[in-house]
Design a protein around this ligand. Structure first.
Ligand SMILES: [Zn+2]
Length: 256
């Protein structure tokens, strides 16, 4: 007797390369080997995770493909297993309003509603993504804001059970440097010296990691120049050299 392979609810469409080429600016930066690896990861994410649409919304191949491409980019140097805390991906057509109180400045709580572009619930809950944001961010990495990279970064952070700005590092001895660099940069961000990081990263160490991740992928040259130590700890963790990739692509454009 043999086991039947469970048929996935969704598969990567045949024209996934066209969809990614049209919608995801990062694609142009990748070399052939990286593109092949990205496709394998996208297939694993589309087939291996549960995808849900918010009420009254329907998922399309384009939606799954564009979100999966950005999520795959994040773990291009890590592998699919790093998404073991992602149980489901819930896509809303647009920004969702949250009515939960949230932490404000200096230990206060502020009442909602607040716009939520995305949400990575604690533990093994779903990742919630606003499609209009995800699509716009995929086309405009120069904004330095990417809701998919942000929310999936939280999922990496929580692999060690707690969102504290530190995902499981590859070597235990990296912990001290990670902590020193991130704590120092979080303090600088809070006094207005965070560029190119978004101010929202000053909320807490968890948001700092997610926001720094967005800059690492979307503004790598700016991050490397302004905050070289932060760039290096992120490069070592993600096992990708995004600045080298950006320079290589720029060189290709100039015809070198
Ligand atoms: Zn966040």
């Amino acid at each position: 007797m043999r086991f039947l392979r469970r048929r996935p609810a969704a598969t990567l469409p045949d024209d996934w390369v066209d969809i990614v080429e049209r919608n995801v600016a990062h694609w142009a930066l990748l070399d052939d080997e990286e593109r092949e690896r990205l496709g394998d990861l996208m297939e694993a994410i589309v087939e291996g995770k549960r995808w849900e649409a918010a009420n009254g919304f329907a998922l399309t191949d384009e939606i799954r493909t564009v979100i999966a491409a950005q999520a795959a980019l994040l773990v291009l140097g890590l592998g699919f297993d790093w998404y073991r805390a992602v149980q489901a991906i819930v896509v809303h057509p647009s920004t969702v309003m949250s009515h939960e109180p949230r932490p404000g400045p200096a230990g206060t709580m502020e009442d909602g509603p607040f716009p939520l572009l995305g949400l990575a619930d604690s533990n093994f809950g779903p990742v919630l993504i606003a499609w209009d944001e995800a699509r716009a961010n995929a086309r405009h990495p120069e904004w330095g804001h990417d809701v998919v990279l942000h929310e999936f970064a939280h999922k990496l952070d929580m692999l060690d059970d707690v969102i504290n700005g530190t995902p499981p590092l590859h070597r235990r001895e990296d912990g001290v440097r990670w902590y020193e660099v991130c704590t120092g940069e979080l303090a600088l961000l809070r006094v207005g010296e965070g560029w190119p990081l978004r101010d929202y990263g000053g909320t807490d160490p968890g948001e700092f990691f997610a926001v720094a991740t967005e800059a690492f992928f979307d503004l790598p040259l700016e991050l490397e120049a302004a905050k070289p130590e932060l760039y290096r700890v992120l490069r070592d963790f993600y096992r990708q050299d995004t600045a080298v990739r950006a320079r290589r692509a720029a060189g290709r454009e100039e015809g070198h």
